[in-house]
Design a protein around this ligand. Structure first.
Ligand code: FMN
Ligand code: SF4
Ligand code: SF4
Length: 399
């Protein structure tokens, strides 16, 4: 059995699978249910001094949408979209700290790590809330600079609005990092031009780690009624976002020395492996847990374990960043040997499907047979659309 343990900012996690800050962690009762699954850790729901963000949670609305963006009824596909809104922890901070203490005590007994999450308004409140969270005994604090809803919510200058304002983000990071002893992680919004630059800035301001990345704001609608779902704009995400998240996880991993917790788009253990191979040390799951229930977290841990064993990895940490570090720049790719598509005459049925998708116009019918000319640039589209396995493949050309 592979060793699943990972170290993140000096804190030991028995495995890298975490429940993200959200409804599955919105009370001590819910957090205990996460802890029981054997997950390595959890990020508690974000505590806030913003009354508006507390109210929003009382008006929570969520819809799973299918690939055509119809509302799901009973069957939710693998590549679902999760469209909805809720705010931050409903309790006043003083009350919330009791929830957090209870969860921390349960986590301590079960070798699980609770990460406190903070979403304040104004530097002084960020500091005050972070100190209160630290006093509950948690080992790490995540500052939520990514919550998408404040962009649509009057009177709640927190979340994404901080993550989009580098100076304020750095000011808060610096103030909190100075005020608490535990490591401070910054959860960033993807709704900025460059997350590498943002990560560099918060690291310089005192962040020990980053969480990449929170959800987007979107707009999904019903063409029959001509109205948006759940009355308007909302947070949007789902497993289809994963490549966008992994872009930034891999970019940050290869550009800056800083631990990364990945979130936004992980569905199963394979996704956890992908997040880790892109550079994440821990991976946070939310919308799939809300779909399948707490016990699903256990399956993710088991799947990761079986994968590591099958591939002969001794430790989960071995896979962190392996794919990111082997990614080439566009310039380096120019030195790669050329490829071209080659048709296997025995298998090809001359159906001409590949011709439809070759926009370099190098596939023609010659003497009654589909033929690829020397001018093929090896783009690979034909190998994806050909319905006959092995009829057209890419080979390294001598050109
Ligand atoms: C219902 C819901 C509530 C959320 N609440 C919070 C929150 O309070 N604080 C926070 O930092 N992120 C919050 N998030 C974002 C999640 O922590 C997570 O980063 C995001 O859903 C992406 O992960 P996923 O693809 O596994 O869903 C919330 C997301 C959802 C869906
Ligand atoms: S590899 Fe690309 S360029 Fe070559 S034949 Fe196929 S589709 Fe055309
Ligand atoms: S799509 Fe495949 S089977 Fe059809 S003509 Fe092209 S190579 Fe042959």
């Amino acid at each position: 059995m592979a060793d699943l343990e990972v170290r993140f900012c000096g804190v030991k996690f028995k495995n890298p699978v975490l429940a993200a800050s959200a409804e599955p962690t919105l009370s001590s009762e819910n957090m205990k249910r996460v802890i029981e699954t054997g997950a390595g850790g959890l990020v508690a729901k974000t505590v806030t001094d913003s009354e508006a963000m507390r109210r929003l949670t009382k008006m929570s609305k969520w819809r799973y949408l299918d690939e055509e963006h119809n509302v799901c009824r009973g069957k939710v596909p693998r590549l679902f979209t999760f469209y909805g809104r809720s705010g931050l922890a409903e309790e006043e901070p003083e009350v919330w700290m009791e929830e957090l203490k209870e969860a921390e005590a349960a986590a301590h007994e079960n070798d699980c790590v609770v990460i406190g999450s903070v979403g304040g308004t104004g530097v002084a409140n960020w500091v005050k809330l972070s100190k209160m969270v630290e006093d509950t005994g948690v080992k790490l604090i995540e500052l939520n600079f990514g919550c998408p809803h404040p962009s649509e919510m009057e009177g709640a200058r927190t979340g994404m609005l901080i993550g989009q304002d580098k100076d304020t983000a750095c000011e808060i990071t610096h103030a909190v990092a100075q005020a608490v002893k535990v490591p401070v992680m910054i959860k960033l919004t993807p709704q900025v031009a460059d997350l590498v630059e943002m990560t560099r800035a918060v690291k310089e301001a005192g962040a020990s780690a980053v969480t990449l990345m929170n959800r987007f704001v979107g707009f999904c609608l019903d063409i029959e009624t001509g109205k948006p779902y759940i009355h308007g704009w909302a947070g949007v995400g789902g497993p289809w976002v994963k490549p966008l998240t992994l872009r930034w996880v891999s970019k940050v991993h290869t550009s800056i020395e800083i631990p990364i917790s990945g979130t936004n788009g992980a569905y199963d253990w394979k996704d956890v492996v992908q997040f880790m191979m892109s550079g994440a040390t821990t991976v946070q799951l939310c919308s799939v847990v809300m779909l399948k229930g707490y016990s699903y977290l256990r399956k993710v841990v088991e799947g990761l374990n079986a994968f590591l064993d099958r591939k002969g990895y001794k430790r989960a940490e071995e896979i962190i960043g392996v794919a990111a570090r082997s990614a080439m720049s566009y310039g380096q790719m120019e030195t790669l040997p050329k490829e071209r598509a080659v048709i296997d005459r025995e298998r090809c049925t001359d159906c001409e499907r590949c011709i439809t998708s070759c926009f370099y116009n190098v596939i023609r019918v010659v003497d009654g047979h589909v033929t690829i000319s020397e001018a093929c640039r090896g783009c690979g589209i034909c190998t994806c659309v050909c319905p006959v396995p092995g009829a057209v493949t890419l080979e390294t050309s001598s050109r």
